[in-house]
Design a protein around this ligand. Structure first.
Ligand SMILES: C[S@@+](CC[C@H](N)C(=O)[O-])C[C@H]1O[C@@H](n2cnc3c(N)ncnc32)[C@H](O)[C@@H]1O
Length: 235
């Protein structure tokens, strides 16, 4: 009996300390300059940057959406939605019974994603203007968090990951697509612009309570990683 009580207390302390660790992240900004370009950015100036032929994640957008195996009725967040081309495709894939939360820190991007959704009569897209430390998504509101070319823009990665984790339902997924950073392979721009390589990103995301599941080998310049939300007792 004494032993059982001791085990129970130990498990409780463990659970509480993990919850405490997830809830109280006092993180330093890892890259204060990285989003300078997006301060006051206008949609019109960026649509041709994000939606241009030759940009791998734009060229391969239909293959990426197919690889995600979206089902009607799913709730998805496109975190760092940019000009919203993925959000629009997701909205068609999840249909009227699903929802797409297009989350971005840039007001004009959200304004125009909402406009595009109205023009295409997609009522299941919801623009969310967030900030660097929070997705502003409701807890347990999504089945999948999709983060394309945006992880390296998180100024507070652990804080954002904790916020994403809260929003993902038990058993839900996190997909990260981002630039491969490899010396002597990646461009000079990638080497200086992108903070971390794939292994570091996997480590950071596992630290935040997700488990690495698999990698889709669809893209060349970018990796495409799948994580599942770990349970709450997992560090
Ligand atoms: C390189 S763009 C990628 C946009 C889009 N995912 C794409 O692939 O075209 C990065 C985007 O992330 C947004 N962003 C940066 N930090 C963010 C954060 N903490 N939460 C949400 N969006 C963020 C920027 O405003 C920008 O739209």
């Amino acid at each position: 009996m004494k032993r059982l009580l001791f085990t129970l207390v130990f498990v409780l302390i463990d659970i509480l300390s993990v919850e405490f660790a997830f809830a109280n992240i006092d993180e330093q900004n890892v890259n204060p300059e990285i989003n300078r370009h997006y301060q006051g950015a206008e949609f019109e100036n960026w649509v041709g940057v994000f939606e241009r032929a030759g940009r791998e994640v734009f060229d391969q957008r239909h293959a990426v959406v197919q690889a995600l195996q979206l089902q009607p009725g799913m709730d998805i967040a496109d975190i760092g939605a940019g000009t919203g081309f993925y959000s629009l495709l997701f909205a068609k894939a999840v249909g009227g019974t699903g929802n797409v939360f297009a989350v971005d820190i840039t007001e004009d991007f959200i304004f125009n994603i909402n406009r595009r959704a109205r023009e295409q009569n997609l009522k299941n897209i919801h623009g969310v203007l967030n900030h660097q430390k929070d997705t502003l998504l409701a807890p347990g509101s999504i089945d999948l968090a999709f983060v394309c070319a945006t992880y390296h823009h998180f100024e507070y990665p652990q804080t954002m990951l904790a916020s994403i984790r809260r929003a993902v339902r038990p058993g839900g997924k996190l997909v990260i697509i981002d630039f491969r950073k490899q010396a002597n392979v990646s461009s000079e721009w990638v080497m200086t612009h992108v903070r971390s390589d794939k292994q570091t990103v996997i480590k950071e995301i596992e630290q935040a309570g997700f488990q690495f599941e698999s990698e889709s080998n669809l893209l060349k310049e970018n990796y495409f990683l799948w994580f599942v939300k770990g349970n709450d007792t997992q560090p």
